[in-house]
Design a protein around this ligand. Structure first.
Ligand SMILES: O=C(O)C1=C[C@@H](OP(=O)(O)O)[C@@H](O)[C@H](O)C1
Ligand SMILES: C=C(OP(=O)(O)O)C(=O)O
Length: 426
């Protein structure tokens, strides 16, 4: 298997322009498709998750052209539902393509099959399917109940009232929200139980607003959306930098000597993962912000004990940053790590232990206590981009680290190791 060995490194210094947000790129592509008018999207992320969305749009007859090495997309909106009669869509392991497209395809009239990589077929989607069935959709599982592949015979989406469980993934609610304005009547969506990853709903509502649709948000417990609306293209729209991708560079500076300024995310950002910088600050790092940048600088770090349900992706970066902090770090309320690219709770515990760290894996938490000297280990990445990226930080210890299958960062950040090498020194 392909692998890279990094470090030992002693310094992280420089400025980084972070690539576009995955969450915003896929939301904007879908909304631009449903909207009236042509949208010019700049700073689009060029990665596997976005390519799966774009390839699906091509198959569904949507016209767009890519410019600037895939970071600009000029897309002709349909001014309503997707018109295709048929589609057999491969969505890799992109939750932000699979879940929103499942709901959006129900708005039209065609027959569709949605499938993905083997892991996508292990990631639950039953809560979304149940809600779509209540809204009158003919949607079936091809194999195991609750998991893709799915088959849809679309005939529009009814309005009315629907409940959706919020405790597995916020992407199910995001999916229904984005399609709701094109439903046949007004729709009230009630959230059943706890809503995980709540800030991602703010990203959804923000993107919908940019396309001219307002949602009544009743304290994240119910959402009211008027039916029979038309999204309006804003014309030009820029995708802000990816706050989860920024986390690795901010952590690198907080751990190593030096200073890193990340451009593309800042106090103006709509992404919840910007709050990762606040966690670093709580650990002791020096953080400064501007509207579109964040800078981190090293100070002595100490462990924290925090609920990180709102920043599940960036929380993985905290798990490896914890190796450089005094005392124990406990990351709580992250149950849904288990249903992402891999079972992240189990995988993170296994790989952190390989380095010699003391790790406790709970049902919904992980705690990490560092040791003075880490052992050299070959880190397995489980086809999980974030495992590859967050373990690169181990290179700031006195021992090198080997990352197996580093190419898996292509899901959201194909140029990660290139940029990491640019701002780090031995
Ligand atoms: O809506 C989104 O863009 C996302 C929501 C989160 O997933 P969950 O809601 O499943 O936690 C996050 O982990 C994922 O990377 C992107
Ligand atoms: C959970 C993630 O991805 P997805 O959008 O496929 O859910 C992630 O990027 O960490």
């Amino acid at each position: 298997m392909n692998s890279i060995t990094l470090g030992p490194l002693s310094k992280a210094d420089g400025e980084i322009q972070i690539p576009g947000s995955k969450s915003l790129s896929n939301r904007i592509l879908l909304l631009a498709t449903l909207a009236k008018g042509t949208t010019r999207i700049t700073n689009l992320l060029d990665s596997d998750d976005i390519r799966h969305m774009l390839d699906s749009l091509t198959q569904l007859g949507v016209n767009y052209r890519l410019e600037d090495q895939g970071t600009t997309c000029v897309l002709e909106g349909l001014g309503g539902p997707i018109q295709a009669d048929f589609g057999d869509l491969f969505l890799g392991n992109a939750g932000t393509a699979m879940r929103p497209l499942t709901a959006a395809l129900c708005l039209g009239q065609g027959e569709f099959r949605l499938h993905g990589e083997p892991r996508m077929h292990e990631r639950p989607i039953g809560d979304l399917v149940d809600a779509l069935k209540v809204l009158g959709v003919d949607i079936q599982y091809e194999g195991e109940v609750n998991y893709p592949p799915l088959r849809i015979k679309a005939n529009g989406l009814n309005g009315g009232e629907v409940s959706i469980k919020g405790n597995i993934s916020s992407q199910f609610l995001t999916a229904i929200l984005m399609s709701a304005p094109l439903a046949q009547q007004d729709l009230t969506i009630k959230v059943d139980g706890e809503l995980v990853s709540k800030p991602y709903i703010d990203i959804t509502l923000h993107a919908m607003k940019q396309f001219g649709v307002e949602v009544e948000n009743q304290n994240y417990q119910a959402f009211i959306v008027k039916g029979q609306q038309t999204y309006q293209s804003p014309g030009d729209i820029m995708v802000e930098g990816d706050a989860s991708s920024a986390s690795y560079f901010l952590a690198a500076a907080a751990i190593a000597g030096g200073k890193i300024k990340v451009h593309g995310v800042g106090t103006d950002s709509v992404q919840g993962d910007v709050k990762f910088a606040e966690v670093l600050e709580k650990m002791g790092a020096k953080i400064t912000y501007g509207p579109t940048w964040v800078q981190a600088e090293r100070q002595t770090l100490k462990g924290v004990d925090l609920d990180m349900n709102h920043i599940p992706d960036a929380a993985m970066t905290i798990a490896t940053t914890a190796l450089f902090a005094e005392g124990t770090t406990r990351i709580r309320n992250i149950y849904n790590w288990r249903v992402k690219e891999t079972d992240r709770l189990s995988a993170m515990a296994t790989e952190l232990k390989k380095l010699g760290a003391e790790v406790v894996e709970g049902e919904d938490f992980i705690s990490v206590t560092p040791v003075k000297t880490l052992q050299h280990a070959a880190i397995d990445t489980y086809n999980d981009h974030r495992i590859a990226m967050c373990f690169s930080l181990v290179a700031f210890s006195n021992t090198p680290v080997t990352i197996n299958d580093p190419g898996c960062t292509s899901k959201t950040f194909p140029t990660y190791f290139e940029l990491f090498n640019q701002v780090t020194q031995s």
